[in-house]
Design a protein. Structure first.
Length: 362
């Protein structure tokens, strides 16, 4: 009977007398281990505590009173400290599901009029970029497809594999690419392999490309004129051939706006082919743009073979990456998705040169 009274005084009376659970939050800390709540007594090193509180804490340190109080604290009717600690637990949000497959991220339709570097008529071009959703840390593989129809009813095509490394360690995106280029000339068809590197930043860009033709590099048309009096004749040979080409470019985002961005780029180019056809020149271009939907590319180039050339290209774009799960995501240092999924800037048209020579026996 005596033990029962002592137990009642040690457990029930303090509980009724102290309805404010601040005392229990001060004396005890709660933690959850293996889905069970454990109770830890406060440190008894503070000698300035009142003797009554110290005796109370020590009395609950062991025995049946400690077990009863622990059971009461962990029940539904116990102090609100347990409920509060559970309610303040951080809510785990589900990770954004990214598409790992190469789906269309950008589609473009453009037209350019007039002659250019290595071609004499304008063309219409259709482009498509296939890629998965990118991660802020990792490698982004892409496939770029292009088809061109020239105004003289000849055709060209490009197929490229592009890789870009995205990291938050620095603000630039490092990339590399390899392309297969096909072009139908006036006298035959040509094939070319292109490789390139690129550095894409929020405002500054750099790129360099090399183009190597393979297979049949020259097609010749021969015409014999023998309508002369006597054993005289003349032969005319018209040669069409591909050339080894290199180009580099540095670009800068003059106006870094989401609505009306303005981009400028300039760089040298060089090509070398048969019949001592060698040229070195430079090209500068200016591209005003409206959002991600329409752009006008103004370019000027000059070299000692093709002379001075001014071109205007109108580009209509369909930014399908805006429909993916990363539409609100930005790249390193705030690089917009427009630049991450932009097509590779290179010579899409394989330059072809012509040479004509005569041979006669008189």
């Amino acid at each position: 009977m005596r033990k029962t009274i002592l137990l009642f005084c040690a457990v029930v009376v303090p509980w009724i007398a102290c309805p404010d659970e601040s005392m229990y939050r001060t004396l005890f800390a709660f933690r959850k281990q293996d889905s069970l709540w454990s109770l830890e007594g406060t440190k008894n090193g503070d000698k300035k505590q009142k003797s009554g509180e110290r005796s109370y804490a020590q009395g609950l340190g062991g025995g049946i009173g400690y077990w009863l109080l622990q059971t009461l604290l962990t029940s539904k009717v116990g102090p609100k400290a347990v409920v509060e600690s559970e309610s303040k637990a951080p809510v785990q949000t589900a990770a954004v599901k990214r598409n790992p497959y190469p789906l269309p991220k950008w589609v473009g339709l453009s037209h350019i009029e007039g002659r250019g570097i290595g071609y004499s008529v304008g063309y219409t071009r259709l482009d498509m970029l296939l890629a998965p959703d990118y991660k802020k840390e990792g490698f982004l593989p892409m496939i770029e497809l292009s088809g061109l129809r020239f105004n003289d009813n000849t055709y060209a095509a490009n197929v490229g594999f592009v890789g870009r490394y995205i990291t938050e360690s620095f603000c630039e995106i490092l990339g590399g690419n390899i392309f297969y280029d096909f072009r139908q000339g006036v006298r035959g068809s040509y094939h070319q392999l292109g490789v390139g590197v690129e550095v894409i930043g929020k405002r500054w860009d750099f790129r360099a490309n090399a183009y190597v033709p393979f297979g049949v590099k020259r097609h010749t048309t021969k015409c014999v004129f023998d309508d002369y009096i006597g054993p005289y004749c003349a032969t005319k040979r018209e040669n069409e051939f591909a050339a080894y080409t290199y180009n580099a470019e540095i670009g800068f985002q003059v106006i870094n706006s989401n609505t009306f961005p303005l981009y400028i780029a300039a760089g040298p180019y060089y090509f070398s082919g048969e019949f001592d056809t060698t040229a070195m020149g430079g090209k500068v271009r200016l591209r005003p743009q409206y959002k991600d939907f329409i752009a006008v590319d103004l370019s000027f180039s000059h070299d000692n073979v093709f002379g001075s050339i001014f071109q205007v290209e109108v580009i209509f774009s369909l930014p399908l990456y805006k429909l993916s799960s990363i539409k609100n995501q930005k790249g390193p240092c705030g690089t917009p998705n427009r630049k991450i999924y932009q097509p590779v800037e290179r010579f899409l048209v394989m330059p072809l040169s012509e040479n004509c020579c005569w041979k006669s026996n008189f």
